[in-house]
Design a protein around this ligand. Sequence first.
Ligand SMILES: *Cc1c(COP(=O)(O)O)cnc(C)c1O
Length: 382
Amino acid sequence: MIQSVNSVPAFDIKQQYATIEAEISAAVLEVLASGRYIGGPAVEGFEKQFAAYHGVSNCVACNSGTDALYLALRALGIGAGDEVITTPFTFIATAEVISEVGAKPIFVDIDETTFNLDVEKVAAAITAKTKAIIPVHLFGQPMDMTELMAIAQSHNLPVIEDCAQATGASWGGQKVGSIGHIGCFSFYPTKNLGGCGDGGAITTNDPAIATQLRILREHGSKVRYIHEQVGINSRLDALQAVILQIKLRYLDHWNERRRAIADYYYQFLSQIPGIIPPQELLGGVGVWNQYTIRVSSQDRNGASSKYRDWVKNQIQEKGVNSMIYYPYPLHLQPVYQSLGYQPGDLPMSEQASSQVLSLPMFPELTQQQQDQVIYALKDCLG
Ligand SMILES: *Cc1c(COP(=O)(O)O)cnc(C)c1O
């Protein structure tokens, strides 16, 4: 039998653009005609709106989520000889910036159900050299910030939230990025609030940190051509800023759509043996940058990544595209070999890497497409 199915993409940012094309075009043309391409009212306007959205007093826009994290560490004065605790189950950028400032990443294992840092293990990893903790709200799921902040505060440690995948998520009624000392955001096109190019932002309620961030992103200079520190060039373009201003107005609506899709998936996927669908923690409101299931074979000691990969191929044949975020945990990456971690050191992260599968998730996903995803999984596992 010949199956004629349209394929379901893992994400589709062109569809979203089509819904707001007229607004974006008008705003972009206005910037082009203005001649103010760097800084100016577009960027300042976006910073104000992004700060207000998060209920914080300061937002400093920058060139990427990676730069946001780098600048945050620099603003806290973290460098050589310091340790920073983070998760190995994340995108490389989270750890890369720790190395970039000269500090040492200390990887702590994740919690099995949330894919986020295991708070008890964080407490056990704190030493006299620890200078900060970087939790990641992975896949858009906020981590338990109440417990993490309690531990951080008892050791007088700053918390830098990596909110790259979680713009708009909240914990205990507070937006992520407003709970720790500094929040770091990415506007990479596939993030919940995505620009049409690179972009990032940093949120904080600490005015001294905000001032320092502004100096560092502008070549270490407060007064033009007087450089007091070694900084970088990390600015958000005016074009990205006006696009992001428009998209910020739709963010809650788009995140609600993602939440509805996650609910629909859960209803059906929780019935299929061998699949563990993700679930929200009580107190958290997630924004589902990714909808990531675990696929576990009966023989849990067997080659489970092979089984997951088999499932990925099976559903691919039925037109369902999926992604693996992340196939290798960071503590076992070649670049971190010198840190001396061995396979088995952080078992939950290693297990996650061999079992995760991210299903199609974007606000414009139709019910028919969601059904196609569910049926494809049912066919090969049910
Ligand atoms: C995307 C991402 C980053 C980096 O953001 P860029 O804007 O691509 O530099 C950092 N951390 C996490 C968890 C991310 O997903």
